[in-house]
Ligand binder design. Sequence first.
Ligand code: PBG
Length: 327
Amino acid sequence: MPFPLSRPRRNRQTDWVRRMVRETMPTTDDLVWAMIVHDGDDAREPVSSMPGVERLNVREAAKAAKRAQKLGIPAIAIFPHINPAKKDEQGSEALNPSGLIPQCIKAMKDAAPDVGVICDVALDPFTTHGHDGLIDEAGYVLNDATTKVLVRQALMQAEAGADVLAPSDMMDGRVGAIRDTLEVADMHNVLICSYAAKYASAFYGPYRDAIGSSGALKGDKKTYQMDPGNGFEALREVRLDIEEGADMVMVKPGLAYLDIVHRVSSEFNVPTLAFQVSGEYAMIRAAGMNGWIDEDRAILETLMCFKRAGAAGLVTYFAERMAMALG
Ligand code: PBG
């Protein structure tokens, strides 16, 4: 009796057969380039907790959009770092039609019309307290009052030419409110990618540093972002956002939430994006720079695993590097 008949290792013996039987591989088409922009004079400013990531001014952002077009990266998601003097309790600067974000949208669309521009809808880069919405005296983030402001922010971004509005604030009902307003304004084709399953995560630390809200943030975001222990709640959030008119949904963070990526993408028939957030970026870079892991392999592996879990798109600060590696 020959032993054993079934030898799974046969399919792994050479590079060609491994490539031939591989089920998933990320491609440049899957990438969304997460990019920090700033309103300062310097073309580029380093972000200390995210080595290799720089805040770009408007001109550099336009150049980066051209670069994305050349590399074949479909879209860029921009996140603002503004002069702290422009922040207030209400995050008023978020509504400024000549503010940093609308300037970037216009410059980027002029430079590279074929690259999608995705804008975060939330107030945290603009508020002195660092929360995503308006707060009451006790510091509680007000849902419906915030939603009204987010709708205005979203409309302003759409009018500036944003292709995709991405509410990342986790207020209840905001997707429907934004969708209604877009319909009334005859902007039927503006996409909404909702951060539907967004967790109150420690992995956003470096991002808050990148947009300049970490020092300011009072308390935490646990009354609006989801508890990391919950899975069914993610499905509920996603269902609501789809009913309210979201075209795509996001799971965030990514790596520690692959089960959620899988459950969401299997359950619903809209594209699911996974966000490899700032803390995931920082961990890979830190270990890589110390020589503790092979960075290039770790990046490819994590993105491949997002795809395997069911992600249609991958939001990552490594997008440029990955697109170059994938060719
Ligand atoms: C806030 C927002 C956050 C991120 C995107 N939009 C952070 C937060 O909720 O505090 C995180 C991005 C990252 O960590 O890379 N609206």
